[in-house]
Write a protein that binds this ligand. Structure first.
Ligand code: FEO
Ligand code: CA
Ligand code: CA
Ligand code: CA
Length: 618
């Protein structure tokens, strides 16, 4: 945050005009007027905008947008594929078969589909990668079947086994990394893995099911989107669109208010899981959806350990979990709920992190907060407690969205990944887009007014919001905020849809999603956006990865992905000379053969990027 962008209580320039000045200063009145804030702009003094010139901390030259069915990286860099969907993690499993695309049995022993968040752990002299496998695309996983639909129960079970988390060891092989088949650390976590339910909702009636009358266990995890890692060396897999897997065999079943808030409906999203496992039938097992929607903590060093669902961190469509420490050593976890008009959350542990000690209970007790942003660029974290909400602690843990609504939290433009600066107390969240902004309330009926950190109606392009906790303490109750970038298209629009001052026709993108800082403080940004390259998105090309200098505001494109893919998931090798990047669902509309080329089935993959001179990246 430059000084000019730091909100000051004494300043006469207040409210949204400051946000606009900070975010889109050089676009002047045109941009301002499109925010519908005529009353606020009179007399606004122009603030100094981010300086786009400055020292070059990037270490690479920007590449143009592109539409190739491949990966493009800057001059002086190269890439290769580390692992693909269906690559067996053990030598007793068959190689991926393009003709059949595998079976439930082969998939259970292989890398899952649609890799998303990931982390690399260097523990006990082994390097272990943990990767979420978020979901499957019917057209790809069942693309060998008529109409791209499951033709057997095994097809459905194959889909189940393609979800969850994959853990595997990696090792150097010359200049490259490879994954290690048959390592004792290799593990697949799927819909069939027994987990513990921990924290305030453990044992609650809300979690009791036919499968577990104690309410303390859960069967499996699915739709694990972004990730997190703790200072004590565990992996956090975040359950996002868990609702899309449930359906009802009774067409007259009335979903409860809580089910409606979370989007649990009579029909699933095409996965068909209730056909092979009736726990996904809400008319028969109405509490089953309550066992999903959590942050799952996994010990990568102990493949026999039961993953732990941390109900203290709330139940919603978790994007990622960004873990930092408060000044006094308590653990703070920032989390977005990725749905139009849902909220941004913060968990503050009761206990303190003990380096080298027992931290296994830290994520079980503490206080969950929800964010309220004021138009004057301040904000507060409101504690979700029985006193503040009138809900019990277990209800808050399970129906967290409803607790946030009671407190009047700010409805956001789909909060995706949160990333915290490594060298200062400052955090960022990608607000990916929101066609309902200013048009439609969220599923709980909360209004979604245009303004504050969500300044554009029907938000097409997304923005990156940052906040600085007061007193430089992540546990502080209040913060100041501004917008680091408003994505847009300055080649098509002259109004606020052109984006902020640091967006130009050379670096433009839409729908920021994955975000992570490297050790030197560059913010890496990945996109999950519209790749049509036409109309509002002309010139954006395929989804991509960029780096942002949060001191100067400059953003440069680093990587362009293959066709019809999302770029998501980022991790570094321990020596920081290799950057691992996730490529999700290339060819989701049938237009890619990435990464193997020819006429091969497109496969989600993790790629590795290195400098050809072997130097550091990030
Ligand atoms: Fe799975 Fe919000 O992205
Ligand atoms: Ca995402
Ligand atoms: Ca997304
Ligand atoms: Ca995706």
């Amino acid at each position: 945050m430059t000084d000019s962008m730091t909100p000051s209580a004494s300043s006469r320039t207040t409210d949204l005009d400051r946000v606009i000045e900070a975010a889109i200063s050089r676009r002047g009145i045109l941009g301002v007027m499109t925010f519908g804030l005529g009353a606020f702009v009179t007399g606004t003094t122009s603030l100094t905008s981010m300086a786009l010139a400055g020292t070059d901390r990037f270490g690479f030259d920007q590449i143009p947008a592109g539409t190739d069915d491949s990966i493009t990286v800057p001059e002086g860099f190269e890439w290769y594929t580390l692992i693909r969907w269906g690559d067996p993690l053990w030598s007793d499993a068959p190689e991926f078969d393009d003709a059949t695309r595998g079976t439930a049995e082969s998939q259970a022993r292989a890398f899952g589909d649609n890799n998303d968040g990931m982390a690399v752990f260097h523990l006990a002299n082994h390097i272990i990668m943990a990767v979420n496998n978020e979901y499957t695309n019917r057209d790809i996983i069942w693309g060998n079947r008529a109409d791209n639909k499951a033709a057997s129960d095994d097809d459905i079970r194959k889909g189940m086994m393609a979800h969850g988390v994959s853990l595997f060891e990696i090792a150097p092989d010359g200049d490259r990394w490879m994954f290690v088949r048959d390592s004792v650390y290799n593990r697949r976590i799927t819909t069939g893995t027994t987990m513990e339910l921990t924290g305030p909702a453990a044992g609650s009636d809300l979690l009791k099911t036919a499968g577990d009358p104690t309410g303390t266990r859960s069967m499996g995890t699915w739709n694990n989107c972004g990730s997190g890692e703790t200072p004590w060396g565990t992996y956090l897999a975040c359950e996002e669109n868990f609702n899309g897997y449930f359906s009802s065999s009774d067409p007259d079943y009335e979903p409860t208010a809580a089910m409606q808030r979370y989007g649990v409906k009579l029909e699933d999203w095409g996965y068909g899981w209730a056909k092979v496992d009736d726990r996904f039938d809400i008319s028969r097992h109405p509490n089953e959806p309550n066992r999903a929607g959590y942050v799952v903590e996994i010990d990568p060093l102990d493949p026999a350990s039961a993953p732990k669902k941390r109900t203290a961190l709330g139940r919603f469509k978790h994007e990622n979990a960004d873990v930092v420490l408060a000044s006094d050593g308590r653990v703070v976890v920032y989390m977005g709920d990725d749905e139009r008009g849902e909220f941004l959350y913060r968990f503050v542990s009761e206990g303190h992190y003990a380096p080298g000690g027992d931290n296994s209970e830290l994520l079980n007790s503490g206080t969950l907060h929800v964010a309220r942003f004021s138009d004057d660029q301040t904000g507060e974290w409101m504690a979700l407690t029985p006193d503040s909400t009138g809900m019990s602690a277990e209800e808050i843990a399970v129906n967290t969205r409803m607790a946030g609504s009671i407190l009047g939290a700010t409805t956001m433009d789909r909060p995706e990944w949160v990333a915290s600066h490594p060298n200062r107390v400052e955090s960022y969240v990608a607000l990916t887009n929101n066609k309902n902004r200013g048009i439609k309330p969220n599923a709980g009926g909360d209004a979604t007014p245009v303004g504050g950190p969500n300044p554009r109606e029907g938000n097409l392009y997304g923005q990156i919001l940052r906040w600085r906790p007061d007193g430089d303490d992540h546990a502080a109750p209040t913060f100041s905020w501004d917008l680091f970038a408003l994505a847009g298209n300055p080649a098509v629009h002259a109004d606020a849809n052109a984006g902020s001052d640091n967006i130009n026709s050379g670096n433009m993108f839409n729908s920021p999603d994955g975000m992570m800082f490297d050790q030197q403080g560059l913010l890496w940004i990945q996109t999950d956006g519209n790749y049509s390259n036409t109309g509002n998105f002309e010139g954006h090309g395929n989804n991509q990865m960029l780096a942002g200098d949060t001191e100067t505001g400059e953003i440069r494109r680093f990587l362009v992905g293959p066709r019809e893919a999302e770029i998501t998931g980022i991790a570094w090798s321990p020596d920081r000379r290799t950057l691992f990047v996730g490529v999700q669902h290339p060819g989701e509309d049938g237009g890619s053969h990435f990464p193997s080329g020819g006429t091969s089935v497109p496969r989600s993959a993790i790629i590795a990027v290195r400098r050809t001179d072997g130097g550091l990246i990030g």
